[in-house]
Write a protein that binds this ligand. Structure first.
Ligand SMILES: NC(=O)c1ccc[n+]([C@@H]2O[C@H](COP(=O)([O-])OP(=O)(O)OC[C@H]3O[C@@H](n4cnc5c(N)ncnc54)[C@H](O)[C@@H]3O)[C@@H](O)[C@H]2O)c1
Ligand SMILES: N[C@H](CO)Cc1c[nH]c[nH+]1
Ligand SMILES: [Zn+2]
Length: 433
């Protein structure tokens, strides 16, 4: 981790950059893969899986037998942990549902919105270097709550052509039946165009590496919606003298271990906190099984001393982190000043791992600065809202003259006529009675 003491404002643009690949390089690759999938469908998926995942898949669909086998491979303790997480995620996302609220904007004019689940959704579960079965809960539970009709799950196979049993157990627990062994760009292509085996969807959800994220972004040009760019994980920690350096180091490593293209940032107003955290980082890193990934991610990472916590917040709002851990006792006082962040963790006990697995919030979050303009996944991501209106005779009489005037001013006389004809009939009715 590179360190900086009070860098000048002119350096902040450089310091808030991510270690991402050039978008154009990835887009060209994605378009090549997408072209092949449109032509050769399932066969292209099998060929790209051989090329990018180094495994030859016989059948893309996961069988009932494979799911049964997976259930027997998961310990009772892990099953219970998954169920606890599922229950909290379900509670938090159920509370996001809204009642229908009919608003009478003018007497006789009623307007409201009703939500409908998006019918066909694709959920991508990362599995390249770690089997993120927790993502199955994060996407499958809100999809179920939104009554999405078809949930299609794609995840990459391992070198033996299998899906990790915990992903299959979790999918089965929440009732997902359509599970396919395909990952990376080729999974996103399959969900975008459809193949003989995999159904085309209306919206694609889920995190992934830079290839998956670039593919989702390109997929939008082919008529499919996406949740957001949810790429390589990142965390920004704001710490002061009330923070605990060993917790801060563990939190930084928890995101660094996701992959070599992850980035972690420590901001503090206290040089001693930075130094103590770096000592902790080194000793904790040495015993991590994924030390290689984490060490590479730390090369892209920064520890920065700034003048004050307010200045740390200004930096954080420019960086717009996926996760912001505010590891200071006074964190809650600063909440109104947090403008750009995917998910925020307050105080010394709110580790980011809690949100990754079991507190109830969703861990599918915008990365690479997209927290400036996107929210993380929620119940809302799986629905669309339809507006309804019902005008009574009184209603059209009340707002009709305004509509007539506005339509005339826009020189749209058919619009005006749609009102005038009705108003005329109503006037005639009144004069006849
Ligand atoms: N932002 C979020 O909400 C969030 C949540 C969870 C995980 N993540 C991120 O998801 C990512 C998971 O990455 P992963 O790699 O372990 O799994 P992944 O499933 O995202 O990607 C694996 C796939 O990438 C493809 N691939 C790998 N190298 C390639 C290459 N050179 N060319 C073309 N395709 C290639 C392969 O097809 C493989 O199946 C991590 O970066 C992690 O930080 C983000
Ligand atoms: N931290 C990831 C989101 O960036 C989510 C995750 C899943 N499992 C562990 N972590
Ligand atoms: Zn994580």
């Amino acid at each position: 981790m590179k360190t900086y003491i009070n860098p000048p404002l002119s350096d902040w643009t450089e310091l808030t950059k991510r270690p991402t690949k050039e978008a154009q390089d990835l887009q060209a690759l994605v378009l090549d893969v997408f072209n092949e999938i449109q032509t050769n469908k399932d066969q292209a998926l099998i060929d790209f899986t051989e090329k990018f995942d180094q495994v030859k898949i016989e059948k893309l669909a996961v069988s009932v037998d494979e799911i049964e086998e997976a259930k027997s491979l998961i310990s009772e303790d892990l099953k219970q942990a998954i169920q606890l997480a599922a229950s909290n995620i379900e509670k938090f996302h159920t509370a996001q549902r809204e009642e229908i609220n009919v608003i009478e904007t003018t007497k006789g004019v009623n307007c409201w919105r009703e939500s409908r689940g998006i019918e066909n959704v694709g959920i991508y579960i990362p599995g390249g270097t770690a089997p993120l079965f927790s993502t199955t809960l994060m996407l499958g539970i809100p999809a179920n709550l939104a009554s999405c009709k078809n949930i299609i799950l794609c995840t990459p196979p391992n070198k033996k052509g299998k899906i990790h049993p915990a992903i299959l157990y979790t999918a089965n627990l929440i009732g997902i039946e359509k599970i396919y062994k395909v990952g990376g760009i080729q999974a996103i292509g399959a969900l975008t165009f459809g193949t003989e085996t995999i159904q085309k969807v209306d919206k694609i959800f889920g995190p992934g590496n830079q290839y998956v994220t670039a593919a989702k972004q390109v997929a939008q040009n082919f008529g499919v919606a996406i949740d957001m760019p949810a790429g390589p994980s990142e965390v920004l920690v704001i710490a002061d003298e009330t923070s605990v350096p060993k917790y801060v180091a563990a939190d930084l490593l928890s995101q660094a271990e996701h992959g070599s293209d992850s980035q972690v940032i420590l901001l503090t107003n206290n040089e001693q906190t930075l130094n103590e955290t770096i000592i902790e980082l080194e000793s904790q890193l040495a015993v991590l099984p994924r030390a290689e990934f984490a060490a590479k991610a730390l090369e892209n990472s920064r520890g920065i001393v700034l003048n004050s916590i307010d200045e740390c917040l200004s930096f954080s709002n420019i960086y717009a982190p996926e996760h912001l851990i505010f590891a200071c006792e006074s964190a809650e006082n600063y909440i109104p000043k947090i403008i750009n962040a995917g998910s925020v963790f307050l105080g010394n006990y709110s580790c980011e791992s809690a949100g990754d697995y079991a507190s109830g919030t969703n861990h599918t979050l915008p990365t690479n600065g997209y927290a400036k303009n996107y929210s993380g996944v929620s119940f809302d991501s799986f629905i669309k809202k339809i507006t309804f209106q019902k005008l009574s005779a009184e209603g059209i009489q009340n707002i009709g003259p305004a509509i007539e005037l506005m339509a005339e001013a826009e020189e749209l006389f058919a619009h005006k006529n749609a009102v005038s004809l009705r108003l005329l009939d109503l006037r005639n009715k009144i004069s006849q009675s």
